[in-house]
Design a protein around this ligand. Structure first.
Ligand SMILES: *Cc1c(COP(=O)(O)O)cnc(C)c1O
Length: 373
């Protein structure tokens, strides 16, 4: 008889599941509002744990969603043609080089499954977004980690040396999550120059809208190998709940392979309409990005005044070292109605999303006690 309450990571029954999954620790998402409510008895929170845009999306999204909701019985366009045309036009790339996914996490999945054979290697630099390692292990890839320097910048000479060995996949996340710092153009250039054109370069630009440091596509095209840039509507565009991301690939042929793996109806009609409305309202995007960057500066100035160590963030969050330790700080702030993200990064680091001005006021007021200053 099958006993159902076994721990999934150590099944005592003869598991039919792939051996490779035994060592995989699933992604730990930030605390939900419901969970925060259960733990504290409070009813209102500033959700500063998942880098959502608390200013919300363009007001034009609501109208587009209502219109799209009028035909829930009709399948969505499996190729998101209208959206791809709009994205391609503004970015100056052919829509045939674009792939749409329910969030960029799904794009990571498509690319990793399309590229990696068991035993292939992935080069990454920790601490970084955990999904690369999770999906890499699911694909039975070998993870080659070139750890970041003490200030969390990439160790560019070491990455170049490892890239020159020809990993199957090179992952570059800029600005990097959870540390916030970004690659400089000359470092991106140096890493590409060291990388053979047999390697697939995957650039995660989830926070691109907050920091357009260089023309990623032009530099990747000049390098000349296969590449995918992953972008998302979840962060600056404020659509995390509707799950929309997109990838730009080096060639239409690469997209054709991703389309074999991609479930045909992977994004809903409602999500396509919402993303299109958000994409078309660039004025709104620029205003919300400018406000978030200004608010990040305000929070960082307070951190500096308090003598709190933090990275140079180019994204919609700050990454700081807590003298009290990440878990104590997160627990303290939770009881003040602030959900933040403790991280396992050595030295006691926490990641805190920049919210609306009032969220940031509450954070600034609560921080000294939460950090035990
Ligand atoms: C948030 C995030 C993603 C995933 O976002 P989606 O909601 O799946 O688009 C991907 N990469 C990084 C670095 C992120 O921070």
């Amino acid at each position: 008889m099958l006993v159902l309450d076994r721990k999934p990571l150590t099944p005592a029954w003869a598991s039919p599941m792939r051996q490779a999954l035994e060592g995989v620790q699933g992604y730990k998402a930030g605390m939900t509002l419901a969970e925060a409510g259960r733990r504290t008895g409070l009813s209102a929170f500033s959700k500063l744990a998942s880098n959502e845009n608390l200013l919300g999306p363009s007001p034009k999204v609501a109208e587009a969603v209502m219109t799209a909701m009028s035909e829930p019985h009709i399948y969505p366009d499996p190729h998101s043609d209208v959206l791809r045309a709009a994205i391609g036009e503004r970015l100056g790339v052919s829509p045939a080089r674009l792939v749409i996914s329910p969030g960029s996490e799904a794009l990571i999945d498509y690319v990793f499954r399309a590229v990696l054979h068991p035993g292939d290697s992935i080069l990454l630099s920790s601490p970084t977004f955990p999904t690369y390692e999770i999906f890499g292990r699911c694909a039975e890839a070998r993870i080659i980690d070139v750890p970041r320097l003490a200030n969390f910048d990439m160790d560019v000479p070491a990455v170049c040396a490892a890239a020159a060995q020809g990993p199957k996949l090179l992952v570059l996340c800029t600005p990097n999550n959870p540390t916030g710092n970004a690659l400089k153009a000359e470092d991106f250039q140096a890493i590409l120059a060291a990388t053979p054109r047999s390697t697939v370069v995957f650039v995660d630009e989830a926070y691109r809208e907050y920091h357009e440091a260089f023309d990623t596509f032009a530099m990747l095209d000049a390098w000349g190998g296969p590449w995918v840039s992953a972008r998302t509507f979840s962060k600056a565009y404020g659509l995390a709940g509707l799950r929309m991301g997109y990838g730009v690939a080096s060639s239409p042929e690469l997209v054709e392979y991703l389309d074999r793996i991609r479930p045909p109806f992977n994004v809903t009609a409602v999500s396509q309409a919402a993303a299109l409305a958000a994409w078309e309202d660039q004025d709104y995007l620029q205003r919300t990005v400018a406000l978030t960057i200004a608010e990040r500066g305000r929070v960082e100035a307070v951190l500096d005044e308090m003598g709190v160590e933090h990275t140079e963030s180019h994204a919609n969050f700050v990454f700081l070292r807590s003298p009290a330790g990440p878990d104590a700080t997160a627990a303290h702030l939770l009881h003040q109605g602030l959900i933040i993200r403790p991280t396992p990064v050595a030295g006691g680091w926490v990641r805190i999303t920049i919210g609306r001005p009032a969220d940031n006021d509450a954070l600034i007021a609560a921080l000294p006690a939460a950090l035990s200053l």
